[in-house]
Design a protein around this ligand. Structure first.
Ligand code: FES
Length: 205
């Protein structure tokens, strides 16, 4: 299998190369060499691109260009690492409320639950916003299988070793871990990553 990639430019859809495309039900949608995935949110053939981005003048530029520094929350046995830029606000971390708080009142208390529970909760985060340090090791890659999951009414969940390439700007920050979420509703202010705007605009697809 060749290395999997997702390549895009400011005005283009996402070109997925050599990766499996899976629906939210876990069933394979396609395993093409190359496929063109909608990121303007308006294709009539979602998740595939039908060329509508050109007709509506889609511009995939990031409105929120600032990449915040990583945040480190140090506890006795574990350090929680939070990447605000990658966060899509899906809220799985809120299932461990003593540590992560709630969606409206987040917090980071690495000593408020057993380490195993914190790790299991961090691993549910699909965006890569949460990772952890134990000892000297920073753990942020967990996926052995490479695929793109098309989340119903939500983003693309990219998992495994999929290199993300901006064809026009190799200097801007892009996720480089083994899981991240890409906007396909067109509404994210942090394109190409999802920022949770699909909820606000009630994206369907
Ligand atoms: S899919 Fe567009 S912001 Fe989440």
């Amino acid at each position: 299998m060749k290395p999997s990639q997702i390549i895009f430019s400011t005005y283009s859809p996402l070109m997925a190369v050599d990766t499996e495309l899976v629906g939210s039900d876990g069933k394979t949608v396609a395993t093409p060499r190359v496929c063109s995935l909608c990121r303007c949110g308006e294709s009539s053939m979602k998740p595939m691109c039908d060329g509508t981005h050109a007709q509506i003048g889609f511009v995939g530029e990031r409105e929120d260009a600032n990449k915040p520094e990583l945040e480190y929350y140090r506890g006795k046995d574990i350090t929680i690492v939070y990447d605000r830029y990658l966060c899509m606000g899906i809220g799985y971390c809120g299932e461990l409320e003593p540590v992560f708080g709630t969606h409206d009142q987040p917090k980071y208390e690495p000593d408020a639950a057993p380490v195993e529970e914190i790790i299991a909760t961090i691993k549910k985060c699909p965006s890569g916003a949460l990772s952890y340090i134990v000892g000297d090791e920073h753990y942020k890659n967990y996926y052995s299988q490479t695929k793109i999951v098309v989340e119903k009414d939500g983003p693309l969940l990219c998992q495994g070793k999929i290199t993300l390439i901006d064809d026009q700007d190799s200097d801007s920050f892009l996720p480089d871990g083994d899981h991240y979420t890409l906007c396909r509703c067109g509404g994210s202010k942090k394109k190409p990553v999802c920022d949770g705007s699909h909820e606000e605009i009630d994206f369907k697809g």
